[in-house]
Design a protein around this ligand. Structure first.
Ligand SMILES: Nc1ncnc2c1ncn2[C@@H]1O[C@H](COP(=O)(O)OP(=O)(O)OP(=O)(O)O)[C@@H](O)[C@H]1O
Ligand SMILES: [Mn+2]
Length: 517
């Protein structure tokens, strides 16, 4: 009898364990697979996966049935009219014939150089040659960059590019130019600020495209500790991915497309790099995992390494911009730069009229540039990025050109904190582009709620889950703060002098001049 009862108990226990395993492990995986295969990113299924996989709470508003909000958003009149299919050539960043001709020559040169190195090293490993292809997504991306943005609204190139970066074969890997600048290998001082403290690798693909890899350093659930300075914070690969999606949702289109990917540190970096410096920072950990660390003046220690499991590690891949010889860029210090010391304060932090000074300084005498700074500040506030020390512009487009919003890896560090000082440009200048303002208001309505469209957009990335629920919900909260700040400005200065139509490119009036009119 006793034995019989014990047997039943054991059977019950085994069944419960099995049920729990199915519920928490197999079911979420099955849901994920179904949702990937059937391309049905409808909110209920995706959220079921998210909540099961992360234990995160799900916003009740997002279970409303209906067409995906993201699709609806991009079809909204504020995201129209679609850009002209063929922009006039002088509005494009690159000249088609010059760029394609030069890329073709570079591929030949690249293959020849690699072959020579391979022969000189007496290597028996097979060498994969780069193959140039005119329809490659990276090339289409380069050819579509215009005065208006990094990619047109109507283009399918972004989706192709994301898909491509997640799959394409890596044939070579190298250190990024700023790390090379540190080693004195290239004269990149005009365009990059050598830091080197961060792990970054340039991956070269089979079709000659390139991407900048930032490997995973921090778990998505981890929040940056309160006592960390923004300049020692980790770089987060998922922040790079999420920032790209947010930038597209805001219709800025100023972040180069970023995709998540599981990278094989051994076969896709260590075994294909011709760079000994990069090879040198690789090691095998006591747990038998492949690891590497940043070669740099300060933190060259294995404690700062990242490791595969044993080879694979998540990373963000940022589509590479055209080379500086084709499209020179200028790195400009942010007028609202923070002090990169423990106790220092910058002038904007102590002088509430700081904006009047900025308005009288080139290139901010140009209203377009100043308004672009407002966009950047709002974007940074939403992602919680305090590390915008510089921004870049394409020299071809002059002061009217858009600002590149790349390097967002220090965003999304703390979902429980909103750093209001990131909005200083907005509350000190009291300016916003009308288009931006209207879109921000749209994204605060339940129909187009920012967290919902972001959740949908991020579900298209192959890494799941890019942002945890608290980070998504923080976006809605921060958006309310941005709207409040602008509304306070409108109350103080009036609608007309705060919300500006973008076409206006006259000199910027100071508030004193405005009052005198
Ligand atoms: N997608 C890209 N295409 C081409 N160049 C890029 C791309 N992303 C970054 N870079 C270049 O590499 C430089 C360093 O990249 P990034 O700023 O993302 O790294 P970082 O480690 O945060 O550097 P820093 O400490 O200077 O902020 C950038 O200033 C830029 O010139
Ligand atoms: Mn940086």
């Amino acid at each position: 009898m006793w034995l019989y009862r014990r047997g039943r108990l054991l059977l019950l226990l085994a069944l419960s364990v099995l049920a729990l395993d199915i519920y928490f492990h197999l079911w979420p995986k099955l849901l994920l697979r179904i949702s990937r295969d059937c391309e049905c990113p409808g909110p209920p299924l995706r959220e079921a996966v998210v909540s099961l996989a992360t234990g995160a709470s799900v916003a009740p508003t997002s279970t409303v049935p209906g067409p995906p909000k993201l699709q609806k958003l991009f079809a909204h009149p504020l995201y129209q009219p679609q850009d002209p299919h063929t922009p006039v050539p002088q509005n494009l960043l690159l000249n088609y014939h010059r760029a394609t001709g030069s890329y073709k020559k570079r591929v030949v040169h690249f293959n020849r150089k690699r072959q020579a190195l391979h022969t000189s090293q007496n290597s028996s490993a097979p060498l994969t040659e780069a193959v140039f292809n005119l329809s490659a997504p990276w090339l289409q991306f380069h050819l579509e960059i215009s005065r208006d943005a990094l990619y047109p609204r109507s283009s399918r190139t972004v989706e192709r590019l994301i898909d491509w970066m997640g799959n394409v074969t890596v044939i070579s890997a190298d250190l990024s130019p700023d790390e090379k600048a540190l080693n004195g290998e290239c004269d990149c001082s005009q365009v990059v600020k050598p830091s080197g403290t961060h792990l970054k690798v340039i991956l070269q693909f089979l079709d000659f495209g390139k991407a900048m890899l930032k490997p995973m350093r921090q778990r998505r659930e981890a929040e940056t500790p309160e006592d960390f300075f923004y300049f020692v914070d980790y770089q987060r690969h998922n922040a790079e991915i999420a920032a790209f999606h947010l930038d597209r949702i805001l219709d800025f289109r100023r972040v180069p497309p970023v995709a998540g990917r599981l990278v094989n540190l051994t076969s896709e970096i260590l075994e294909v790099t011709p760079n000994e410096d990069l090879e040198w920072v690789f090691f095998v950990s006591p747990a038998n995992n492949t690891c590497f660390f940043a070669k740099c003046p300060y933190t060259c220690k294995t404690e700062y390494a990242v490791c595969g499991n044993p080879h694979l590690l998540e990373g963000s891949l940022s589509a590479y911009l055209p080379s500086l010889s084709h499209a020179p860029r200028l790195s400009v210090p942010n007028p609202w730069i923070r002090s990169y010391t423990f106790a220092g304060k910058e002038e904007w932090e102590v002088n509430p009229s700081y904006c009047d000074q900025v308005k009288q300084t080139e290139p901010y005498t140009n209203m377009k540039r100043l308004l672009n700074m407002m966009d950047l500040a709002m974007f940074d506030f939403l992602i919680g990025n305090m590390d915008r020390h510089h921004y870049e512009v394409f020299t071809k487009f002059g002061d009217d050109g858009f600002l590149l919003h790349h390097d967002n890896a220090r965003g999304f560090g703390r979902h429980s904190h909103d750093e209001i000082t990131i909005l200083a440009p907005v509350y000190q200048c009291c300016l916003v582009k009308e288009d931006t303002w209207l879109r921000l208001k749209l994204l605060s309505t339940p129909e187009y709620r920012l967290s919902d469209v972001m959740r949908e957009s991020l579900s298209q990335d192959r890494l799941q889950t890019v942002l945890t629920e608290p980070h998504l919900l923080a976006l809605d909260r921060r958006l309310q703060t941005v709207l409040q700040v602008v509304e306070e400005c409108v109350q103080k200065h009036g609608n007309g002098s705060v919300i500006i139509k973008e076409s206006r490119s006259q000199a910027v009036p100071t508030r004193v001049q405005q009052r005198a009119v």
